[in-house]
Ligand binder design. Sequence first.
Ligand SMILES: Cc1ncc(COP(=O)(O)O)c(C=O)c1O
Length: 399
Amino acid sequence: MCSKFSRFSHPKITENIKKSVQNQLLEAISIYDNGGIYERLEGEFKKKFNVKNAIAVNSGTTALFSMFYGAGITQGDEVIVPSYTFFATCSPLHQLGAQLRFADCLDNGNVDPKAVEVLITSKTKAIVITHMWGIPCDMDELVDICNRYNLLLLEDSSHAHGATWNEQIIGSFSDGSAWSFQGKKILTSGEGGFFATKHSRIYERAVLVGHFNKRAQKEVTDEDLRNFVITGTGLNLRMHPLAAAIVLPQMFDFDQIMQEKRETALILKKEIETIDGLKIVRIPSQANPAWYALPILFDKNKFTVNMYDFVKKLNELGAYEADIPASTCPLHKYPLFHSPDKISQSYPQKLYVNKQNFTNAIKFHNSMFKLDVWYGKERFDFIDNYLSIIHYVAKLYKK
Ligand SMILES: Cc1ncc(COP(=O)(O)O)c(C=O)c1O
């Protein structure tokens, strides 16, 4: 077994990133409108992600909030959300008084369009989806459902930077899409995010809620919204200009990174699937994932230990980034979702969650661990090290 182990560093702090931050320190550390680094970053983002309107914000969570506020989701609206996702996919909806309906997932962790469709009522306003671990959801079926019922389709694309469905980039299909740029994400500003939409009214409302005065004055044109341009509607969600400077150079390396990640994923998939009891989650034929992570299904019947002990052993031997996601899980168990009234009287519903078993989400969560998907020159060392450790542990615990 190889003995040279280290943690993978992401993002790579290149000379271009250092220069970009230094230049930004001299240029401006606070920007009131949509100029300077915001204009450059948003311009690149719009080109790369094929979106009409895009706004940089200070986190993925606030990108999601901007999307929900922009879409006009309010008290009394029902929103169908995935049961299995990171909680911020839907936690911002509580600030707007919406009622959630959780939909169970498919065998690959992505929301099941059939489970979504049965939850639609006359109060449903939107369907929210997350492309889990970078694997696109079934956009054909989800777009079709939203068209048939006249509902908004809103995406959490935080894991899926650059993923495609039928060769169309994720984030460009729907009524709105939100991306996290937090430190572990493929494109990252440390903390940060993006919101994009093809609808100018949704966009202008998103500008109003987080980018008051100068930016709002420039970009908000709707007559009824213009009354609010000076004050905005309550928040400041601007991305820090230094964060924008960190991520801008990554836009130019992105295609290369994506190509290398895809190569890594293929090598790992091919080799790991030779092990009886381990399998990469199902990738639909229309999907080209972003490989934010490599999700692996663990068949407990094939090993003498459970998944937790299996992953613990991987970690002990140097496969540090083998990980069982904890807070990304079936969400109905969290107090925020079943007892929101205990934290604030402004949340009127006693019970936000439809009572279901979410069998697939629980099963997926209990049988999946993940690896990072490496890029850069050192990726081959990581591939070799991890594969030799995985083979060793699988043999050690083989039933
Ligand atoms: C799927 C998903 N949605 C939303 C978020 C929230 O993003 P942020 O941490 O940038 O607020 C994350 C971040 O970890 C995520 O993984």
